[in-house]
Design a protein. Structure first.
Length: 159
């Protein structure tokens, strides 16, 4: 005696889950979404940077340009103290007085410590505004160009 399955039993049967594996016979992907590595080598992932957030670029550029502005002021102070301790300003002043005569203007009045630090601070403030603005404009331009050509392709490895 043989029995055949009824159609009522077939209606309650569940269909087989769909596999995400290619038709080539490879093993299906695990449920975690991670692609298993073949062998023991590092994984390589190709990504495309297709958009950069201009607000985050502006914040980062502002902080970096403030740091650069501080470095400009500190470098100007260090260079001024170094040149002053080596008597470069007084020797240049003596040379100018020797060539142009005693009525020539005093060089030390032009390169005093206060004027040097003030000029370096001014350059640092201009640096903050320009670098922040240029980086933000660069982010907008990158987004426009990346929309046209697809962005920059980056290959990341898991080492």
């Amino acid at each position: 005696m043989t029995t055949t399955p009824t159609t009522a039993g077939a209606a309650t049967a569940r269909p087989a889950p769909r596999s995400t594996a290619p038709v080539t016979g490879a093993t299906p992907r695990p449920a975690t979404g991670r692609i298993p590595t073949v062998g023991g080598g590092p994984r390589r992932v190709r990504l495309a940077i297709s958009r950069v957030d201009p607000w985050s670029v502006m914040k980062l550029a502002f902080l970096l340009s403030v740091a650069i502005g501080i470095m400009i002021v500190v470098a100007a102070i260090v260079v001024w103290f170094t040149l002053d301790s080596l008597q470069v300003f007084s020797q240049l002043d003596g040379l100018i007085r020797q060539v142009a005569g005693q009525e020539s203007p005093d060089l030390l009045a032009f390169v005093s410590f206060e004027k040097t630090v003030s000029a370096a601070t001014l350059v640092g403030v201009i640096d903050v505004f320009l670098l922040t603005a240029l980086a933000t404009i660069g982010a907008f331009l990158y987004n426009i160009v990346a929309a046209l050509v697809g962005g920059v392709n980056v290959t990341m490895t898991d080492e």
